[in-house]
Design a protein around this ligand. Structure first.
Ligand code: ATP
Length: 234
């Protein structure tokens, strides 16, 4: 399958400090790609670059075979690239229903959006009138995913889906993410702690200090590389 989104030799910086030193990464429809690595490696920056919200200093961002480097984030979003940031981006003081209603800017009706959301995450229907801030962390993540799905994404960029959640909940969320991917969406997910995502990922890349150290199928050699990394010996 041809990639839908590619980073080619991407470099990026904050002020004078370069934090991505020539990243090559691609995601294909129907696949989950995991970008893993320690604190400060540049994972979030990579996602922000992929979403067009952080500029690249050299290299290319390619979507659907087209070089879109420098494109405005809103135009990239129109091409189907959807970023779900760390912290989930839900509005805690609004109800679940109103959080979903805000997605009518996509052109879908309230009914369509709720149908998509509640079919994928039935618990959200039960919570529809609750304010989002009263949901559990896992339910908030479901709401964030449901809001993302309302944009009919071709590429879903997920930052630390597992943040603050119990392993069981993370596994359940990844089962849903896998179904979303199987429906044809390309998913790029950033995680610091790798175990659960590796059970679901089709492809994984290890980022260390702004460079991809290893990438491929999430097999034994990639897992040992990660283990070594987190034990501090790499
Ligand atoms: P974490 O898991 O801690 O979020 P990460 O792998 O996602 O780490 P990034 O957040 O992309 O890493 O950060 C990469 C580097 O860029 C780090 O050294 C970080 O301190 C720096 N950095 C991130 N955001 C900014 C910013 N707004 N201004 C300056 N430097 C930044």
């Amino acid at each position: 399958m041809n990639p839908i989104l590619e980073l080619r030799r991407v470099r990026a910086r904050y002020d004078e400090i370069t934090v991505l030193h020539g990243i090559d990464l691609s995601v294909a429809p129907g696949q989950i790609t995991a970008l893993l690595g320690p604190n400060g490696a540049g994972k979030t920056t990579t996602l922000r670059v992929a979403a067009g919200v952080h500029p690249i200093t050299s290299g290319q961002l390619v979507v659907g075979g087209r070089d879109v480097s420098g494109i405005r984030p809103r135009d990239l979003a129109r091409s189907g690239v959807c970023l779900i940031p760390e912290g989930r981006g839900v509005f805690p003081n609004l109800s679940v229903r109103d959080n979903l209603l805000m997605m009518t800017f996509t052109g879908r009706t309230r009914e369509e959006i709720e149908e998509i959301a509640f079919a994928r995450f039935p618990i959200l229907a039960q919570r529809a009138s609750q304010t989002a801030g009263t949901l559990s962390g896992g339910e908030q993540q479901m709401l964030a995913l449901a809001r993302g799905l309302a944009t009919d994404p071709a590429v879903l960029l997920l930052d630390e889906l597992s943040m603050g959640l119990a392993p069981l909940i993370v596994g359940q969320l990844y089962e849903q993410v896998a179904l979303i991917a199987r429906a044809g969406v390309a998913v790029l997910v950033v995680e610091q702690f790798a175990n659960t995502v590796l059970e679901f990922a089709d492809h994984a890349a290890v980022l260390v200090r702004g460079r991809i150290q290893k990438q491929g199928s999430p097999d034994g050699s990639l897992r040992s590389e990660l283990a070594a990394l987190y034990l501090g010996s790499v």
